[in-house]
Design a binder for this molecule. Structure first.
Ligand code: CA
Length: 742
């Protein structure tokens, strides 16, 4: 297929002088979500100027060194251009350093070197960032590769200074001819004692002024106004020698060619989903969200001089062969970010999975929050979902026995130092069937619900690996443990004491306590693998629908007594005017799709459109809470396409409401699927009917296999739901208790 495309392309070149490959990066706004603060998150993102999943990201820095809010759209001044590995302001950065031109001013301190700038003097793409620094009369341009970056500074007359800042605890700064080297040891935990990021910066001319201030270097060059000074920078977690190898990604390469290379890399990733629609706002939202979905987890491996992938282990401090990916909180991203990667980027996902196996080999546990090593954060053992979903979706790691062993180990042990890795409370859970409320383990109901789903994931993986009945039975049984927390009086999940009584007092509106960053209204739905079982606990479908409806119809009231103040996630729920539905945080993000397990799927279609419309925009205040490393963005990507993986590690996607007139999904197996909705508009959220490859299709879900087979799905979209449409129970998506147990 390549040849005719190239020849058509060269024909176009001969006529027009250039090849019109579609540029999807034009729709991406890396500043989406950057107008955030400690009190209210509109995403808590920063403009990640990066290659997809690149080891090093770059960002203009408006915040002080060490401040998690490193770029705020509201800020007026910039103090550096920073190599960053930060997944979120709450987790903060590690191994960072910055470069700042200061024109004729020889001033190194953070505040002294700041310059005013305007967003009107800024250009921001995934692969290219530029800004004019007014106080220094310097235009800065930067473009990254996976592990290096190239800079072009347009400078004023006279002696021009550049500050290289290795941050707190930076050391071993050396200045030699045109090169500055040093070590950033900045970190917030999750690394062994020997952690270091070895960096190198090379200018295109010999350094004429040099001052070494231990963790800061000042260098200078004499120039004329309008002259360009070029520099390249790179780093390595392995060694100074490896940093020089990594520098080759950018060294001796033309700046504009590197920008084009970066654009191509992004277009390869973004172009896997081709949207054809007149609604430009929706296209901008879609590709901005797809960009955010393809940054994390990032590469933490490097390529040695023989071309072999090697990594510094953030787990044991050794340099070892093989892949490593880091900077993701699995509690957030198991839900739909990893399923998105498994669907569209399985070759990259395979590297990630091999990396997670390496993490287990090097530390005894799969990661739950790696930043870069195990971090104490959040709850659950949801690495089981990440690993099982990949395997079920056909992403086969080289050593499935180690995969199985690692999951079984993690389900029955807890990391000796990092209690959120493995399973804290496994002794209680394995004997009582839940983590009790009245023992010294917080957020115990959330842990129980997630462990039960994780057990189902392990069961699915074990079945696929052909494990024996006796090995599997225990996980099938524990997968039903969610039942142990259901309180019939309230029809909600509730903390439970070791003696079997429910926790007192109980407020369904209380955030935290037995739950994690949410209340019983949010967490009751954390039965990803068995919505039908949950429905039966509630007393049947009518009651189940009433409970789903209630989430939206109650006022946004809350009880914050566990925290003592309304945490930002609470505030983000209240300001959205959608009742107790809290899309700004992860626990409830799948809940809208649960109407697909009823005869009222039109309510899913109604609410997903509302969320896509009101809670996302491709603007600095574009998210309704923490974006969280691709999870909240991947929700939009899936939802805009019209389906969502409510149950990772099953092969099903619950149907929603496709947003576009046409979307073409291009899979790595070479097949394409066309999602067609000719009559679609913003006012037609409801699916009147659909056809798969020309045949009527009446289920509330589609399967992974249907997608990968390619072909065409035609949606008939309408402005009013057909509420009297008969929906057979066979149309409902997967539930463990009816599809496997009965
Ligand atoms: Ca969150």
């Amino acid at each position: 297929m390549k040849r005719p495309i190239i020849s058509i392309c060269s024909l176009i070149i001969s006529i027009t002088g250039y090849c019109a490959v579609h540029d999807y990066t034009q729709y991406v706004n890396p500043q989406m979500g950057t107008q955030s603060s400690f009190d209210l998150s509109a995403g808590n993102t920063y403009p990640a100027i990066a290659r997809p999943w690149g080891m090093n990201f770059w960002t203009p820095q408006t915040g002080k060194n060490g401040d998690g809010w490193q770029y705020s759209y509201d800020a007026h001044t910039i103090c550096g251009f920073k190599q960053t590995h930060q997944p979120s302001p709450w987790i903060n950065d590690y191994g960072c350093f910055s470069i700042m031109p200061t024109g004729n001013k020889k001033v190194s301190c953070e505040d002294g070197r700041r310059s005013w700038f305007s967003h009107k003097g800024e250009e921001c793409n995934p692969q290219y960032y530029s800004v004019y620094l007014a106080d220094h009369d310097v235009k800065v341009e930067l473009t990254p590769t996976e592990r290096a970056a190239s800079f072009r500074f347009t400078v004023p007359d006279g002696m021009n200074y550049f500050i290289i800042d290795a941050y707190r605890n930076g050391k071993d700064i050396k200045i030699d001819n045109n090169r500055i080297t040093g070590i950033s040891t900045h970190n917030h935990g999750g690394v062994p004692d020997n952690f270091a990021n070895y960096f190198v910066v090379e200018f295109d001319r010999p350094i004429e002024y040099a001052e070494n201030m231990d963790s800061i270097a000042i260098v200078g060059f004499k120039t004329y106004r309008g002259e360009t000074v070029n520099a390249v920078a790179a780093s390595s977690f392995i060694s100074p020698y490896q940093a020089l190898l990594n520098l080759k990604e950018a060294k001796d390469k033309d700046f504009d060619n590197l920008v084009a290379e970066g654009r191509d890399a992004w277009n390869d990733v973004l172009g896997r989903i081709v949207i054809e629609d007149e609604n430009l706002d929706n296209k901008r939202k879609f590709y901005s969200c797809l960009y955010r979905s393809t940054l994390f987890p990032r590469k933490f491996y490097e390529i040695d001089s023989s071309g072999t992938p090697v990594h510094y282990s953030p787990y044991n401090g050794k340099v070892l062969n093989g892949y490593m990916y880091t900077d993701t909180g699995v509690w957030d991203t198991f839900r739909c970010l990893f399923p998105l990667l498994n669907l569209f980027y399985p070759s990259v996902s395979l590297e990630m999975q091999e990396g997670f196996l390496n993490a287990y080999r090097e530390s005894g546990f799969f990661p739950e929050w790696c930043s870069p090593g195990h971090r104490e954060c959040m709850v659950g053992n949801n690495s089981a979902s990440v690993l099982a979903d990949a395997w079920i979706k056909g992403i086969k790691v080289s050593d499935p026995e180690t995969l199985w062993k690692g999951l079984v180990h993690g389900a029955n042990n807890v990391h000796p130092e990092v209690k959120s890795t493995g399973r804290i409370g496994h002794e209680y859970y394995n004997t009582l069937g839940y983590v009790p409320y009245d023992v010294d383990i917080n957020e115990n109901a959330a842990r129980t619900l997630e462990y039960a789903y994780d057990d189902w994931c392990i069961y699915q993986l074990g079945k696929s690996l052909g494990k024996s009945e006796s090995e599997l039975e225990i996980y099938a049984r524990r997968a039903m443990n969610y039942q142990n927390l259901f309180d019939k009086e309230y029809s909600l999940m509730r903390g439970r004491n070791a003696d079997g009584s429910f926790a007192e007092p109980f407020s369904p509106l209380k955030w935290g306590d037995a739950f994690t960053e949410g209340n019983a209204w949010h967490y009751t739905w954390s039965v990803f693998h068995d919505p039908e079982g949950l429905k039966q606990l509630m007393g049947g479908e009518k009651r189940f629908v009433a409970m789903l409806d209630s989430v939206f119809s109650v006022p946004p009231v809350y009880d914050d007594s566990y925290y003592g103040f309304p945490i930002h996630e609470i505030r983000e729920m209240t300001v959205m005017n959608m009742g107790n539905y809290a899309h700004g945080n992860q626990p409830i993000q799948h809940m809208i799709y649960l109407y697909d397990w009823t005869d009222q799927p039109w309510k899913t279609q109604y609410h997903v459109r509302e969320v896509m419309d009101r809670m996302y925009s491709a603007t600095p205040d574009g998210y309704c809470g923490d974006e969280d490393n691709g999870q909240t963005s991947a929700w939009y990507v899936f939802s805009a396409l019209g389906f969502y993986p409510v149950t990772p590690a099953s092969d099903q996607y619950a149907l929603g409401s496709p947003l576009f007139r046409k979307a073409v999904l291009k899979f790595e197996n070479g097949r394409s699927l066309i999602l067609n909705a000719d009559n679609n508009t913003n006012d037609t959220p409801y699916i009147a009917g659909l056809m798969v490859n020309g045949t009527d299709y009446n289920r509330n879900y589609i399967t992974h296999g249907m997608l990968l087979d390619g072909g065409q799905i035609d949606f008939d979209m309408v402005s009013a739901p057909n509420m009297s449409k008969q929906i057979n129970k066979d149309s409902y998506p997967y539930s463990f208790s009816c599809d496997e147990i009965k």
